[in-house]
Design a protein around this ligand. Structure first.
Ligand code: TYC
Length: 111
């Protein structure tokens, strides 16, 4: 096979990427961990959770907390399904152990 022909796709390859052809080569699905607003959890506790669970710095944690506070929901991070489930569970348990109603959930990321 010469150099040129190697660069020309077969006719049945046109319009089909490698990722579309073989499901085993697809990127794993990603999940968003969503924080939900409530009227009772102290703002500082939400900032603490965002720093300790998601490793956000104080400024970023405050920005996410204020966005959730004003909009009702917000994204804390994007992970594989297993990691997102673990992070969300950690938030919910931490919140429960401090007797706050703060809740998170996971949502598949659609692109
Ligand atoms: N709304 C809460 C308050 O006014 C703060 C808060 C922010 C609670 C984000 C939950 O996910 C949350 N104290």
């Amino acid at each position: 096979m010469n150099k040129l022909s190697a660069e020309v796709p077969d006719s049945n390859d046109i319009g089909t990427s490698v990722l579309e052809k073989d499901p085993e080569l697809k990127e794993p699905p990603q999940y968003q961990v969503i924080l939900i607003n409530d009227d009772y959890t102290p703002m500082e506790f939400v900032v603490y959770v965002l720093q300790s669970v998601f490793n956000h710095n104080h400024d970023k944690a405050t920005e996410i907390m204020m966005s959730v506070h004003t909009k009702g929901k917000g994204v804390c991070g994007i992970f594989s399904k297993e990691i997102a489930e673990m992070m969300s569970h950690e938030v919910n348990e931490l919140s429960k152990s401090h007797h706050h109603p703060l809740l998170s959930e996971i949502e598949p990321l659609t692109d």
